[in-house]
Design a protein around this ligand. Structure first.
Ligand code: GLC
Length: 433
């Protein structure tokens, strides 16, 4: 009997020990940052690297099967003479965005920061020699913009990214390598990113889909490493799956949470962590000289509003030119979003998805006792909302406070709008009792 009890005890200890290791407990600072992250609602994604010189997106090395050694020589011609971190950050501010997420190292393996882990980086391998991440970080801290780092977990240039994954198979790498050194390389680079550039809002991983589902990335070790250096830093991973233990946010690529228009989100059930959706302004992430098919101001504003109504942030991408400038159309679009946010920001920043689920006509956002009704597409001059009339103190137009008449029925209210709304976003404010 004694023997049996001690076996039970042992099973319990092993089991509870394993659980203790499994459960990630975010710090108070991390939880606070999650709230602040959700309050920001809008961020700018920047895809920039030596691929920008070929002006055909960030996947060109893979898409054209460029030899990795030949591709690496591009670095010797990278001299972004117009790069001005202060201008980038002030354009981002003018867009109303509150954070930047920039590619510190993309799948091509080139580091856009001064890393000591490999000479294949902007300081050591280009005539430019400037650490653009350092300049950007300083400017972000100065102008009050949060900085997030995109970090590719896959690599098309290193021999120790082995086994080779689904992509980058035709770039000429050797067929052997030690994963352990790649893993350590990543840990060391993350140490640099989290110690040399001040406070970092988030590390945003990408590329896990490159390996089979059961591949062991030793993610937890990577995540714990990040949190041991900056416990408040959020970990977001664009793995297209439900959140994994140790993460602090969930991102959706080219999809609103719960949708799957892009084909990337079929396995991504919406979890309980702060949500983000990332999208391109045209069709490419990295600079493309031919892709001029930019979304209109209205489409972009609608996407931002829909993201907010789905309780998510929007991370809207720009692919800077090889000389370091944002394309003119991208700046125009960012400024248009900024003008709109100047007027309507109160109904977006600091809100959460509203009590009414997103509808075909639009979405609702909510802050304290206020509900903002964002009417984006309505064919009629009246709108039914399933909110009990007795809970409502007033309904008014957000822009000028003009009262909106409504009638109550058993389960909701019918707003009388007088005419069919034609604003980009006709916003109403409901004050709840
Ligand atoms: C995809 C692409 C990558 C891009 C990312 C942004 O995962 O592979 O190029 O950086 O989406 O969400």
């Amino acid at each position: 009997m004694k023997h049996f009890i001690s076996i039970l005890m042992m099973i319990y200890l092993v089991y509870s020990g394993a659980l203790a290791q499994e459960n990630y407990i975010p710090t108070a600072e991390n939880l606070k940052n999650r709230e602040e992250f959700q309050d920001m609602k809008f961020g700018v994604f920047i895809h920039w690297g030596i691929y920008s010189m070929m002006a055909d997106g960030e996947w060109i090395m893979n898409n054209k099967n460029l030899n990795y050694k030949e591709y690496a020589l591009l670095a010797q011609g990278f001299y972004p003479s117009a790069f001005d971190a202060a201008k980038w950050v002030s354009d981002v501010k003018a867009s109303g965005a509150k954070y930047i997420c920039i590619t510190s190292r993309h799948h091509d393996g080139f580091s856009m920061f001064g890393t000591k882990q490999s000479p294949y980086n902007i300081v050591d391998a280009t005539p430019f020699k400037r650490d653009i991440i350092k300049e950007l970080a300083e400017e972000c801290h100065k102008q009050g913009i949060k900085l997030h780092f995109y970090y590719s977990i896959l690599d098309w240039s290193r021999d120790d990214y082995f086994p080779i994954g689904r992509s980058g198979r035709g770039v000429g790498r050797t067929n052997k390598g030690e994963w352990k050194t790649y893993h350590n390389f990543m840990l060391n680079q993350l140490t640099e990113l989290l110690t040399n550039y001040g406070e970092i809002g988030a590390i945003w991983f990408d590329g896990m889909w490159d390996q089979p589902e059961d591949f062991d990335w030793k993610l937890r070790e990577i995540y714990d490493h990040i949190h041991s250096i900056q416990p408040g830093c959020l970990i977001i991973n664009n793995h297209h799956l439900a959140p994994i233990e140790g993460e602090d946010g969930q991102t959706f690529e080219k999809d609103l949470p719960g949708q799957n228009q892009s084909g990337y989100s079929s396995t991504a059930t919406v979890g309980k962590l702060p949500l983000e959706t990332c999208e391109t302004m045209n069709h490419t992430w990295g600079y493309s000289i031919t892709d001029k098919d930019y979304k209109s101001e209205k489409e972009l504003i609608h996407y931002l509003v829909k993201a907010a109504g789905n309780n998510a942030n929007l991370l809207m991408n720009v692919g800077p030119r090889p000389n370091g400038e944002f394309p003119d159309i991208a700046i125009e679009r960012y400024l248009a979003i900024g003008r709109w946010l100047n007027e309507y920001g109160e109904s977006i920043y600091g809100t959460r998805g509203g009590i009414i689920e997103p509808r075909d006509w639009g979405v609702t956002t909510q802050k304290g006792n206020k509900i903002y009704v964002h009417i984006l597409n309505l064919e009629d001059d009246a709108l039914y909302l399933p909110i009990q009339g007795k809970m409502i103190a007033s309904v008014k137009q957000f822009i000028d406070g003009k009262p909106i008449k409504f009638t109550t029925s058993e389960k909701g209210i019918l707003l009388n709008l007088n005419s069919k709304p034609d604003a980009i976003d006709y916003v109403l404010e409901i004050d709840m009792k």
